[in-house]
Write a protein that binds this ligand. Structure first.
Ligand SMILES: Cc1cc2nc3c(=O)[nH]c(=O)nc-3n(C[C@H](O)[C@H](O)[C@H](O)COP(=O)(O)OP(=O)(O)OC[C@H]3O[C@@H](n4cnc5c(N)ncnc54)[C@H](O)[C@@H]3O)c2cc1C
Length: 396
C-alpha cells in the first residue's frame, strides 16, 4: 500500500519571488512552511533578471504605478497598496541591499545583481524556519494530495494550505514551463491561454541592415493601438527588442500596426523646415544626419521600412514621425521576458484563493496579468506572493 502523504501546515510550490514572499508571510505568522522547488536551486529567473541589472520596482506615485497593469489595475490595487514600490525598496534595504533610483525612476540594488539579495533572503527565510526542498517537482494531484518527483522518489504532501507560485510559461529552462496549466484545468480552474508579453519582434532584415545589428535606437517613440512608449529599442540579428518596444507589444500581439517616431522631440513642421534648408545635391542620408542628427542605424531603419523614400521634405518628415514597422510577429513564447495568460481573475477571490479549491492560493506570474518591464513585474510578484501568504496564514 502507498505510504500516506506527509502532512504540513503550509506548502508553497515554486521558489521564485512570489513563492518565497508567500513563504516569508506564512513563516512570519508562525506557520511551519515547506517550499517545494522543481529546480536544483531557488529563484533561477530572478537571478537571470539580475544579469542585466535587477530592476526591482519603479519609484513613482502609486497611482501612476498602478496604471501600468491595464485591465487588472483594480484587482491589484489593494495588493499593491499594501506592498508597492516603497515597501519593495524598504524590504530590499531590510535585507542589507542598498537600492538607488535611476534617471527614469527605475530602482536597482546598488550592486545591480540579484545574487546578494537572494542569498540574504534565503538565509533569513531558513532562520525563520522555512524549509526549502529543491528538486521537488510537482506533477499534479494524486488521491487528493500534491504529488512530487523528489530526490527520494515519488512523494506526496497533504498540506492544510497551499500557495501555488509556479511562474508563467517562458524561459522553461529556468523552471517555469507552464506545465501546471493542465493540472489546474483538469480541476476546473478557468485559464487564459499563455501569450508572450515583453517580447521581441521578428523582422526579416534585408542584408543592408546587417552592419547595424546590435545598434541601439535611443529616445525613439513607438505606438501601437492604444499604447505609446518612449525609450530604447535595439536592432538585433533577428529583429527588434528592448524596453521601448516591450511597452507596446500587447497591442502589436493583438494585431495593431506598429509605428515608430524617430524624432519625438520635434514636430513634423520643424523637421520639414530643417530638411528643406539642406544644401542642393546633398545625399538623403547626409541630409538626415546633418539636419536631424539621426544616427546611422536610424537612417538605415528609415531606408529599410520607408522605401521608396520620398524626397519632398514634408513627406519625409511625416515618414520620420510615423514610420510603419513591418514585422513577422512576436518572438516565441519561451523567449519572452514574461507571459500574459494563466489563472483567470474570476478563478480567485480577493485573497487570491482559488474559488474551486478552498485553501489553495495562487500568486505571481501564474495569474493572468501583464505589465511592461521596469520593475512592475517583480513588484506585482512580490506583492501577490505576500498577499496570498498572509491570507493563507489567516485561513489556517
Ligand atoms: C531575462 C529576464 C529579465 C528580467 N528582468 C526583470 C527585471 O529587471 N525586473 C522585473 O520586474 N522583472 C524582470 N523579469 C521578470 C521576472 O523575473 C518574473 O516576472 C518573475 O521572476 C516571476 O516570478 P514568479 O515567482 O511568479 O515566477 P518564477 O520566477 O518563474 O518562479 C517560479 C518557480 O516555480 C518553479 N516551478 C515551476 N514549475 C514547478 C513544478 N512543477 N514543481 C516545482 N517547482 C516548479 C520554477 O522552477 C521557479 O523557480 C525578467 C525576466 C527575464 C526572463
Amino acid at each position: 500500500m502507498a505510504e500516506p502523504p506527509e502532512t504540513v501546515d503550509a506548502l508553497v510550490i515554486g521558489a521564485g519571488p512570489a513563492g518565497l514572499m508567500a513563504a516569508e508571510a506564512l513563516a512570519a505568522a508562525g506557520r511551519r512552511v515547506v517550499v517545494a522547488e522543481g529546480k536544483p536551486s531557488p529563484a533561477r529567473k530572478l537571478l537571470m533578471a539580475g544579469k542585466s541589472g535587477l530592476n526591482l520596482t519603479r519609484n513613482e506615485p502609486l497611482e501612476a504605478f498602478l496604471a501600468h497593469y491595464g485591465p487588472v489595475e483594480e484587482r491589484l490595487r489593494p495588493i499593491l497598496t499594501a506592498f508597492g514600490p516603497e515597501q519593495v525598496m524598504d524590504w530590499a534595504e531590510g535585507l542589507g541591499e542598498q537600492v538607488f533610483t535611476g534617471s527614469t525612476g527605475r530602482v536597482f540594488p546598488r550592486v545591480m545583481k540579484a545574487s546578494p539579495l537572494l542569498r540574504a533572503w534565503l538565509l533569513r527565510l531558513r532562520q525563520g524556519g522555512v524549509e526549502i526542498r529543491t528538486r521537488w517537482l510537482w506533477t499534479g494531484w494524486e488521491e487528493g494530495a500534491f504529488a512530487f518527483d523528489a530526490p527520494t522518489g515519488r512523494r506526496r504532501i497533504s498540506p492544510r494550505v497551499t500557495v501555488l507560485a509556479l511562474g508563467g510559461a517562458s524561459w522553461a529552462r529556468l523552471g517555469s514551463d507552464g506545465a501546471w496549466a493542465v493540472w489546474l484545468a483538469a480541476r476546473g480552474v478557468p485559464l487564459a491561454p499563455f501569450r508572450p508579453a515583453n517580447a521581441g519582434l521578428i523582422v526579416p532584415w534585408s542584408p543592408m541592415m546587417q552592419r547595424h545589428h546590435g545598434a541601439p535606437l535611443k529616445g525613439i517613440a513607438l505606438s501601437a493601438g492604444a499604447l505609446r512608449s518612449r525609450g530604447e529599442v535595439v536592432i538585433s540579428a533577428r529583429g527588434l527588442e528592448g524596453g521601448g518596444l516591450y511597452s507596446v507589444v500587447a497591442d502589436v500581439r493583438d494585431g495593431a500596426p506598429l509605428l515608430m517616431d524617430l524624432i519625438p522631440d520635434m514636430t513634423q513642421a520643424q523637421a520639414a523646415d530643417r530638411l528643406g534648408a539642406g544644401r542642393k545635391g546633398e545625399s538623403l542620408a547626409n541630409r538626415l544626419r546633418k539636419a536631424l542628427r539621426l544616427s546611422p542605424a536610424a537612417i538605415a531603419l528609415i531606408q529599410e521600412f520607408g522605401r521608396p523614400l520620398p524626397t519632398d521634405p514634408p513627406a519625409l518628415a511625416m515618414l520620420l514621425k510615423h514610420l510603419p514597422i513591418s514585422h513577422g510577429g512576436l518572438r516565441p513564447l519561451d523567449e519572452a521576458i514574461s507571459t500574459a495568460g494563466g489563472v483567470r481573475w474570476e478563478a480567485v477571490d480577493a485573497d487570491l484563493m482559488l474559488r474551486d479549491l478552498p485553501g489553495t492560493y495562487v500568486a505571481g506570474e501564474m495569474l493572468d496579468w501583464e505589465a511592461p518591464t521596469g520593475g512592475y513585474l517583480l513588484t506585482a510578484c512580490f506583492a501577490t506572493g505576500r498577499h496570498a501568504g498572509k491570507a493563507a496564514a489567516h485561513w489556517l
